[in-house]
Design a protein around this ligand. Structure first.
Ligand code: ADP
Length: 162
């Protein structure tokens, strides 16, 4: 297939840390797109990160090492500008519950306004991951809870000392 017709999607987020809900969405994307770029946002407004952006990129790279067609990059600035650079036209977002809907809807419409060629698709995770969020994983971890089964093994192994 010519590279111009490749279906390239981006899955943007903070991924601090990448958890099993994120991973489930990545797996669901694999049959839908030729390439998936997991895009880690360099967001300076989020305080007290568990992992630096570079650490998150390295970790996600490790998690995706056997996933042909998936890769990870970081970006800053507008997502649509990053998409232009990597040749993507589709944004993938996960929808856990109705509570995610309003902000996701606004973001999808704003991104389409910024670049009318861009479409956002929403995927839902397996039910058992629908309550998971990076914030909750971080909280459980920092309070001494066991995060086994919440994050991929590669992430669990790198969780820094409390
Ligand atoms: P943000 O910081 O922008 O909320 P996250 O890193 O938390 O981003 O998540 C990135 C994307 O993954 C978002 O679309 C979010 O809705 C989705 N997501 C987060 N947790 C889950 C989950 N448990 N199941 C499915 N999708 C999820």
């Amino acid at each position: 297939m010519a590279s111009g017709s490749l279906r390239i999607a981006v899955y943007p987020g903070s991924f601090d840390p990448l958890h099993n809900g994120h991973f489930d969405i990545i797996e669901r994307c694999r049959p839908l797109f030729d390439e998936l770029v997991v895009a880690v946002l360099r967001n300076t407004s989020k305080k007290d990160p568990l992992f630096s952006v570079d650490e998150r990129v390295a970790l996600i790279d490790e998690v995706l090492r056997d996933h042909a067609g998936c890769r990870v990059e970081s970006f800053e600035g507008l997502l649509v500008h990053f998409m232009e650079r990597v040749g993507a036209r589709t944004i993938v977002r996960g929808l856990r519950a109705v509570s995610d809907f309003e902000s996701e809807f606004q973001m999808a419409l704003m991104n389409r306004r910024l670049d009318p060629r861009v479409e956002t698709v929403f995927l839902t995770p397996k039910e058992e991951y629908s309550y998971l969020s990076s914030r909750l994983v971080k909280e459980v971890y920092l309070l001494g809870g066991d995060c086994t089964g919440l994050v991929p093994a590669e992430v669990l192994a790198k969780m820094p000392g409390r």
